[in-house]
Design a protein around this ligand. Structure first.
Ligand SMILES: [Zn+2]
Ligand SMILES: [Zn+2]
Length: 359
């Protein structure tokens, strides 16, 4: 393992444990597009790691971070990193049934293809969405970290601002297509929602970034409930992890974070925990500055830490995604095995994890 599977036609079952998540790779590449289009079952819950790389930098063939959760044929998307627009197509995601986009935080490696996802999947003419859906993500930070100079103003836009300015930046295209092609007004379909923290959570951009908190419901429909909690990704505020409760089980996503008790809360009893990981030795060997290495160590989780979180949560399957640095499969997975006895997978782009039967 540890090799990439881009361009391969591959639907083999890579691993399964009784009643637990099965793992398979969706075809990637035009030769498999037809097959992929029907390869996500329209019943059950399936997690697809569309892109698995940390960024914002290209250090190999992995696409930028984005994860799809397909629940009985409806699509929920967590983060929209580099390459997600193409990955949605090549893995056959049901973009015509997009129900929500969830953003963990506003670092560019998590949001840089928001325009692509919206503008390339807009309306039935392109096989895309034609019903309103929310984009749920962090609100305004309120302030930059102490000492930071606002190079661009206003300095701390939130999700509602981001979506609004994206639409206004593309206004000419949107207006032309509404007029010329009869598309539904995009601003009627896209409904941004800032996550509002409860009064009792004493957190802030210049205070504690991620105090322990009970996960907070941020989205619900007839089939899923989404909970969020602050996670620790200094100096970013706010930064969230998610817990998605489905009829077939629970999926948790760490977001970008240090090893943190709020991720344990989000992942309690989860069938699949998608956790970020940072392989610091890769950066040490590259001769980066001590300050940059310290930033990486302070704001991410090493593989052993992700294993401890999965074990503390009682999660069943730990899936590494948002991989920072380059390492072998064993270098990612082995440190996590020291504390976590469940299944561990270092995700590839386009890999599918299917939750077990109904409960
Ligand atoms: Zn990131
Ligand atoms: Zn980040």
């Amino acid at each position: 393992m540890g090799t990439e599977h881009h361009g391969l036609t591959r639907r083999s079952v890579l691993g399964a444990s009784a009643g637990l998540a099965t793992v398979s790779a969706l075809g990637v590449g035009s030769a498999t597009a037809a097959e992929s289009a029907s390869s996500v079952p329209d019943t059950g819950t399936h997690v697809v790691t569309l892109g698995t790389a940390a960024g914002p930098v290209v250090r190999g063939p992995r696409q930028g971070i984005a994860t799809a959760i397909v629940v009985d044929g409806a699509l929920y998307l967590v983060d929209v990193g580099l390459g997600v627009t193409r990955q949605l197509s090549e893995t056959g995601m049901p973009v015509d049934r997009l129900r929500a986009i969830l953003l963990t935080h506003l670092h560019s490696d998590h949001i840089c293809e928001l325009p692509g996802v919206l503008l390339y999947n807009w309306g039935p003419n392109v096989g895309g969405f034609d019903e309103p859906f929310p984009i749920v993500g962090p609100g305004r930070a309120g302030a930059l970290p102490q000492g930071a100079r606002p190079a661009v103003a206003p300095p701390t836009p939130g999700t509602e601002d981001l979506v609004g300015s994206t639409l206004s930046g593309y206004a000419y295209d949107v207006n032309i297509r509404v007029h010329d092609e009869g598309r539904t007004e995009l601003d009627q379909l896209v409904q941004p929602r800032d996550i509002r923290l409860p009064e009792g959570v004493a957190a802030g951009p210049r205070a504690e970034l991620a105090p322990e908190m009970s996960p907070l419901e941020v989205y619900r429909d007839e089939q899923v409930r989404v909970l969020a909690a602050l996670v620790e990704h200094p100096p970013v505020f706010p930064c969230f992890g998610f817990r998605i409760e489905t009829p077939h089980g629970v999926v948790a996503l760490s977001g970008d974070t240090t090893e943190h008790p709020n991720v344990v809360r989000l992942a309690r009893g989860a069938d699949v925990l998608v956790h970020e990981a940072m392989y610091l030795d890769y950066y040490r060997d590259k001769g980066f500055t001590p300050e940059y290495l310290q930033h990486l160590a302070n704001s991410h989780t090493d593989p052993a830490g992700a294993g401890r979180v999965a074990a503390a949560a009682g999660a069943r399957h730990l899936v590494f995604s948002h991989l920072g640095g380059v390492a072998t499969y064993e270098q990612w997975a082995d440190p996590a095995r020291e504390s976590f006895g469940g299944t561990i997978t270092v995700a590839d782009d386009g890999q599918m994890f299917s939750l077990g039967g109904s409960r």
